[in-house]
Design a protein around this ligand. Structure first.
Ligand SMILES: [Zn+2]
Length: 482
């Protein structure tokens, strides 16, 4: 144990004892009487293994995190129908659901790639919930062919089990308060973790995170709802500076095992060491997590309920992070479909997606955002799709050629910027540019899926569309409204 970790021991033990005492007053974990106290935070770490035809779960460990449950004690049941997976905490004797949350995972994305047809892989995952005081059954559900949740695994937890680990986290880092608007129980607690910052770069880590936080809260609806958020950051030294980038021959020893080139896509950057992420994150309250990668290459990722990542020194890192945060925080689907260098297999567009901003049902009486559609707006809604696709194709070919020729990064950025202007020119010809409707082309499919507006940051606009804003506000309410 290093010296900084030792410093944490005493307060952590005191906090843990105080929380166990508080939690013990509640019948389950306060489901019926949220005003009487705060639960501790329980975490179930597990391994998620499989391939495209088989899926297995196994328990790694159960532990109590050092800080109280930061979630909303009055919104214990998740009715938003988001996520590839859903977990439930049920009273073991009555079967009553005490807590539930939708989530997604790296496994859930990987299993849709071609690789999952050939090999098995294992990913480490966690679910966090208010620590129960009675024996509970943990149930994990996944989506079936028609996107309904079906149970795929369960395990039981006895809160008196001697193997539940109450020890302080194995990692130490500097926790900073970026904005504190009050009790975590009624705020969205957003935590940023620095990744790939060497010991000499800790000040840069703090500054980068503050810059990113300021950027996120310049976008609607985060700016209007800023007082519903607490924002925290943790910086801790990585042995190496930067993050791994296998396609460039770069391998770095960093805190969370972050890497570009995930699933063979260079710009897809994720962090794989879930145990380390959870150990460091548990030093702060969090409902949402951002991982800030110390790199100037283009890279990012966002997984619902897990985290959003961004390579911070790339010129468009702020809007890129805002897009990824839309995936992570609200399970928004990608509205882009063209130039979509994604690794996933083609979707079955006859099944309605659960993502709040994508529909396969382009008729007025079935569109899930029908309340936002003005009378007189045609459904499906015409837009300059041909212009957009022709322009996108032209620049895609050009930029791929430039990359193949090894042209300087500045020239490629210039071409990307020209592409943006040409695309804007197409969009400006749309007759329904400001309307909510059902616009063909979304979620990597040119046909079959529809998005709510012509432009959105989930496509390539500079702000969220009206439907995405509403979907984000629903999640803010889930964590902040009494
Ligand atoms: Zn949108």
């Amino acid at each position: 144990m290093n010296s900084s970790a030792r410093l944490l021991d005493a307060p952590v033990i005191i906090i843990t004892i105080a929380l166990i005492t508080l939690a013990a007053r509640l019948p389950s974990f306060g489901a019926e009487n949220p005003s009487t106290g705060r639960s501790a935070t329980m975490r179930l770490d597990f391994f998620h293994t499989g391939n495209s035809s088989q899926e297995l779960f196994s328990v790694d460990r159960i532990l109590i995190e050092p800080l109280p449950w930061p979630g909303n004690p009055r919104r214990l049941i998740d009715l938003t129908n988001r996520g590839t997976y859903l977990f439930e905490i049920r009273d073991l004797s009555s079967g009553r659901v005490l807590y539930s949350r939708g989530f997604a995972s790296i496994y859930g994305e990987w299993v849709t790639t071609a690789e999952a047809k050939r090999v098995n892989r294992t990913f480490h995952e966690s679910i966090r919930f208010p620590a129960p005081t009675i024996p509970v059954k943990v149930v994990i559900k996944s989506r079936d062919r028609i996107n309904a949740f079906r149970e795929i695994w369960s395990t039981t937890i006895d809160p008196g089990d001697k193997f539940i680990d109450h020890s302080p986290p194995a990692m130490a880092g500097h926790v900073s308060e970026i904005q504190n608007n009050g009790d975590s129980a009624f705020k969205v607690d957003l935590l940023f973790l620095g990744e790939g910052y060497a010991a000499s770069e800790q000040e840069k880590c703090e500054q980068d995170i503050r810059r990113l936080s300021k950027g996120l809260f310049s976008y609607s609806p985060f700016n209007e709802r800023r007082s519903d958020f607490n924002v925290w950051s943790i910086c801790a030294p990585s042995p190496d500076s930067g993050v791994s980038h296998p396609s460039r021959g770069l391998h770095r020893n960093t805190l969370f095992g972050s890497t570009f080139d995930v699933f063979g896509e260079e710009r897809y950057a994720l962090s794989f060491d879930n145990r380390a992420i959870r150990a460091l994150a548990s030093l702060a309250a969090y409902d949402a997590l951002g991982i800030v990668m110390n790199s100037d290459e283009y890279g990012n990722g966002g997984i619902f309920g897990l985290y959003a990542t961004v390579s911070i020194d790339y010129p468009t890192s702020i809007p890129t992070f805002v897009h990824e945060f839309g995936h992570h925080f609200a399970d928004l689907g990608d509205e882009y479909y063209f130039n979509a260098n994604v690794a996933y297999s083609p979707a079955d567009t006859s099944v309605e997606p659960w993502e709040p901003n994508i529909t396969a049902l382009a008729d007025r009486s079935h569109v899930k955002w029908q309340a936002l559609i003005e009378p007189g707006t045609p459904i499906p809604t015409p837009w300059p799709k041909d212009c957009y696709e022709t322009t996108s194709r032209k620049y895609q070919n050009l930029i791929e050629k430039m990359r193949a020729e090894g042209r300087p990064a500045g020239e490629i950025r210039q071409a990307t910027s020209e592409r943006g202007k040409a695309i804007e020119q197409c969009f400006s010809q749309g007759n329904y540019a400001s309307r909510v409707g059902a616009f063909a082309g979304a979620m990597y499919e040119t046909k079959g899926y529809y998005r709510p507006q012509q432009q959105c940051i989930m496509l390539e606009g500079d702000q969220f569309c009206a439907v995405c804003k509403k979907a984000i506000e629903e999640m803010i309410d889930l964590y902040s409204r009494p």
